[in-house]
Design a binder for this molecule. Structure first.
Ligand code: 6PG
Length: 480
């Protein structure tokens, strides 16, 4: 009997492609799918790519695995994952490893890891980014769990992970228990923010610049040769250049403009609210998707008064494109600075000791937000691991300084022409709030003390105070 080095449970496209990736790298892979036909199809279609050990029952699957057994669960997040874990954990022995490669919520991963550790099993919640293509040809892999579990997986994960330009595999042990799924969640939040900013850049060039999709595709292709070079900019050019075969229209113009979301971006914002991290760019991206889907509200607002954008002249449109590139890059720096702030906050909250530079390094290839930009982030954290915000890194501070005028011009132009640019605007507002000497939060504190006696601190001396507004006197609440 051929013993498999690792096994994959759940052979939908992601699971099948991951199994094929492992087999192609010389690792014998056990296969199990609830519908056996799926397993047979995979072996029939791709059996020549490596060694597959198909199993028709969980027992047969477990028996085919070498010790310590390593099982990758690739089923829908939530209850299906719990059901598969329960079913297979009962068949395992101390030291065996269950890897969850789905988009699980990190709190579920922490719960599962604690429960399985009690049973002497390892549980490795693992973010896998790059979609179906990535799973097959090289994803970015974000495993959590124990160091010893990671040690037993590392050689195989390094084989199948995407490789950055310097040849480094895009996988690292992110941290214990749910750290891997937490970082994957933030990856998806940043993905939302990045996609929203790109969409706003497209909309500005379309509405104010008067450009057609194919022209905007050329602009994005040009941007993709510079500091904005990235998978998302690259595919945006491809999407905008695409013509709908049925109508001959630009493809983007026949796509319904209600964005959907599976939920990982929403999770990022929910968790950020709990941690007190202002991920305003990610929040605007999530809410923009929600707003686009409220067709009832949008219909009711259709005739609301406001400016109708007048397309610019050709030369002005090209000036606009240059300004939008600056605004996009500056806003992107803000969005990533917010995302990395959330990773740092999660790491502190849960005691994960996450290496932010290592996270940036494994996002350089394979994942959806892959970009040269991530290598700049990696370098920034290498130069200063204690960086308070990416915006303070010299390379990014210089870029934002250089973009100031264009960024402000684009945000004001969007407002003047009635073009919604919540991502650009929120990024600029975040930047200005961070650098402000005094924020209007002082007034909010005073208001809260007035109506709710919620107390306030003073600028001129320590302590906590409450003003008895009706009596015109202030009391100092000692010891708080
Ligand atoms: C990835 C992607 C993936 C995500 C889908 C759908 O990293 O490969 O982020 O995990 O789930 O792209 O995401 P939304 O439906 O939330 O946009």
């Amino acid at each position: 009997m051929t013993h498999a080095r690792i096994g994959v449970i759940g052979l939908a496209v992601m699971g099948s492609n991951l199994a094929r990736n492992l087999a192609r790298h010389g690792h014998p892979v056990a296969l199990y799918n609830r519908t056996t036909e799926r397993t047979r199809e995979l072996v029939a279609q791709h059996g020549d790519e490596g060694t597959f050990v198909p199993a028709e029952t969980p027992e047969e699957f477990v028996a085919s695995l070498e010790r310590p057994r390593r099982l990758v669960v690739m089923v829908k997040a939530g209850a299906p994952t719990d059901a598969v874990i329960d079913q297979f954990a009962a068949l395992l022995e101390e030291g065996d490893v269950i890897i969850d490669g789905g988009n699980a919520h990190f709190e579920d991963t922490r719960r599962r890891e604690a429960a399985l550790t009690e049973r002497g099993l390892h549980f490795v919640g693992t973010g896998i980014s790059g979609g179906e293509e990535g799973a097959l040809n090289g994803p970015s892999i974000m495993p959590g769990g124990s160091p010893e579990a990671y040690a037993s997986l590392a050689p195989m994960l390094e084989d199948i992970a995407a490789k950055a330009d310097d040849g480094q595999p895009c996988v690292t042990h992110v941290g214990p228990d749910g750290a891997g799924h937490f970082v994957k969640m933030v990856h998806n939040g940043i993905e939302y923010a990045d996609m929203q900013l790109i969409a706003e850049a497209y909309d500005l060039l379309r509405q104010a610049g008067g450009m057609r999709p194919a022209e905007i595709a050329d602009v994005f292709s040009q941007w993709n040769t510079g500091r904005l070079r990235s998978y998302l900019v690259e595919i945006t050019a491809e999407v905008l250049r695409h013509t709908d075969p049925e109508t001959g229209q630009p493809f983007v113009e026949i796509v319904a403009d209600q964005a959907e979301q599976k939920g990982t971006g929403r999770w990022t914002v929910e968790v950020a609210l709990e941690l007190g991290v202002p991920v305003t760019g990610i929040a605007e991206a999530v809410f923009s998707r929600s707003l686009s889907a409220h067709t009832d509200l949008r219909s009711a607002a259709r005739d609301f008064p406001g400016p109708t954008p007048e397309p610019f002249s050709e030369s002005a449109a090209h000036d606009l494109a240059r300004a939008v590139e600056e605004a996009l890059y500056a806003s992107k720096i803000v969005a990533y600075a917010q995302g990395f702030h959330q990773v740092a906050a999660g790491s502190a909250e849960y005691g994960w000791d996450i290496d932010l530079g290592a996270v940036a390094a494994i996002w350089r290839a394979g994942c959806i937000i892959r970009a040269d930009f991530l290598d700049d982030i990696r370098a920034a954290y290498a130069e200063d691991p204690q960086l308070a915000t990416l915006l303070a890194a010299p390379r990014f501070a210089a870029a934002v300084e250089g973009a100031q005028r264009a960024w402000r011009l684009v945000v004001s132009l969007a407002a003047e022409h009635g073009i919604p640019a919540p991502g650009f605007s929120a990024a600029l507002a975040y930047y200005d709030a961070l650098r402000a000497d005094r924020l209007p939060a002082a007034l909010i504190q005073a208001q809260r003390d007035f109506f709710g006696a919620h107390t306030y601190r003073r600028t001129d001396r320590p302590g906590v105070f409450h003003t008895l507004w009706s009596e015109g006197r202030t009391e100092e609440l000692m010891g708080e």
